[in-house]
Design a protein. Structure first.
Length: 476
């Protein structure tokens, strides 16, 4: 990758225009489309112009005209959501193509989705009606009465597995909006985020939109690269990125295996691994630096392993940096499903070495409230590449200081705020004149590190207390 890093800094034709049209529609949603102002009409027209010449053009032009007049119906809102999603999908594809050029890595072929069972049309229509009301009200005009309109729909959807994806999205979206009500009191509105959630939910109300390609099976050797941890107050997720070598000798491919669990807000840091480990033996293999042998493991067309410990057993020792140096460049990436084509979802495993590190000014605070670190930049083959140290989890031994002192890095290439950057998953550095590898998921299988062991013990105590309380409540 180092020889082609310059490609990541080159402008992509049409990218800014596509994002400007998306931003214009997002601004229109802020004020609501019940009684649009002239500025909102112009913003809707900008969205329609951006998809002119595509199969969407006639329907989006009509929808923009109706919405600008305050007369949009549900079908019109669906068309506007489709146009916005298509534009972000084109941005995603252009960025991924640029990444492929920079890494020299190919992408797998797309697979047609398999029709799912027929979903309840009345529930989909009810969800679409609520989302349309949100669009008419706008983020500034929303209140608890409007937001609470989703509650009955979500409750009716959740028991149906085929509708759980949409139900979960609506539930989380409504909770986030409710925590921000009333809209008139908001100092800052996350227009892009809420429009993302609104558009995705609107399209998922269409029959067949949630259909996915049929899952296949995978047999061979799994070589972990690193763990991407996501932690929130009430939930945690660990996603292992790995190279999969098929037993039949086919080309290696990039895959992911994830596990997510609910958690009490008192369990933080390294203690989170206690909740995750029982659900995926792969985490222990990552912590021990081992490969995994898998047999007939279900896998989606997008490269996500549907993990089951019954289909896996520990393999031989496997160094992640050896895997990155030898196998990563030849591993194929999987195609992305249409509704998942969004710039925020780009997370491409890369290996970097031979770079220089520059530490810039102090940040104010990290997103989780921790004191900010100096902004890091890797200069790779003469090109600067931002390092996102805010994504380094507290549940591991990797630190911004270790990244700053590193000589090699396994990371995820991401795109944010108009530029590419790298999220470190592991680094090679020197500690006390000795070369060592430090992994963000280094404590996934357990740890003897003092800080990690202390957090594990605190989590154990908290979990015991919570289980005891839960037992008391159930006995009443």
């Amino acid at each position: 990758m180092e020889e082609r890093t310059d490609l990541l800094a080159e402008p992509i034709t049409g990218l800014d225009e596509a994002l400007a049209a998306v931003d214009a529609f997002d601004r229109a949603l802020v004020g609501g489309l019940l009684r649009p102002r002239s500025t909102q009409a112009a913003e809707l027209t900008e969205l329609a112009h951006a998809v002119a010449g595509t199969p969407l053009a006639p329907r989006v032009a009509e929808a923009a005209e109706k919405a600008a007049a305050g007369a949009a119906g549900e079908d019109h809102f669906v068309a506007l959501a489709a146009a916005r999603t298509a534009l972000l999908g084109s941005v995603h594809d252009a960025l991924v193509t640029r990444v492929e050029e920079a890494t020299g890595r190919a992408r797998g072929a797309e697979t047609a989705p398999t029709p799912a069972e027929q979903q309840a049309g009345n529930l989909l229509a009810a969800a679409r009606s609520w989302l349309s009301d949100l669009a008419r009200t706008g983020w500034q005009g929303m209140d608890h009465d409007v937001v609470s309109g989703s509650a009955q729909v979500v409750s009716a959807m959740l028991p149906d597995p085929s509708m759980r994806r949409l139900a979960t999205l609506l539930d989380g979206f409504a909770a986030e909006l409710a925590a921000s009500c009333p809209g008139t009191a908001l100092e800052r509105i996350p227009a892009r985020r809420w429009a993302d959630l609104w558009s995705r939910a609107m399209l998922l109300t269409l029959p067949g939109a949630a259909d996915v390609p049929a899952a296949g099976t995978a047999t061979g050797r799994l070589l972990p690269l690193g763990v991407d941890m996501h932690e929130h107050a009430t939930a945690a997720q660990a996603q292992v990125h790995a190279v999969f070598e098929p037993a039949d000798g086919a080309s290696p491919r990039l895959v992911r295996a994830g596990v997510a669990v609910p958690k009490p807000d008192t369990v933080v840091g390294a203690g989170v691994w206690q909740l995750l480990r029982p659900h995926m033996s792969l985490l222990a293999a990552v912590g021990e630096g081992r490969s995994m042998d898998i047999a007939d493991m279900p896998i989606t067309a997008e490269g996500d392993l549907i993990w089951s410990d019954e289909h896996a057993r520990p393999g031989e020792p496997a160094d992640a940096f050896a895997t990155a140096r030898v196998a990563l460049s030849t591993a194929k990436a999987s195609a992305t499903a249409p509704l998942d084509r969004h710039p925020a979802r780009i997370a491409v495993p890369v290996f970097l070495e031979g770079y220089t590190v520059r530490k810039g000014e102090q940040k104010h605070t990290a997103p989780d409230g921790r004191p900010g670190d100096g902004i890091l930049t890797f200069t790779v083959a003469g090109q600067p590449l931002a390092v996102d140290t805010d994504r380094i989890p507290a549940a591991g031994p990797l630190t911004p200081d270790a990244v700053a002192a590193s000589s090699a890095c396994i990371g995820l290439l991401r795109w944010d705020a108009g530029t590419f950057g790298v999220q470190p998953l592991a680094v090679e550095t020197t500690v006390r004149k000795k070369a060592v590898a430090i992994h963000a998921g280094g404590w996934a299988g357990g740890t003897t590190d003092k800080a990690g062991a202390k957090a594990e013990k605190a989590a154990t105590d908290a979990i015991v207390v919570l289980r005891e309380r839960a037992g008391r409540l159930l006995r009443k």
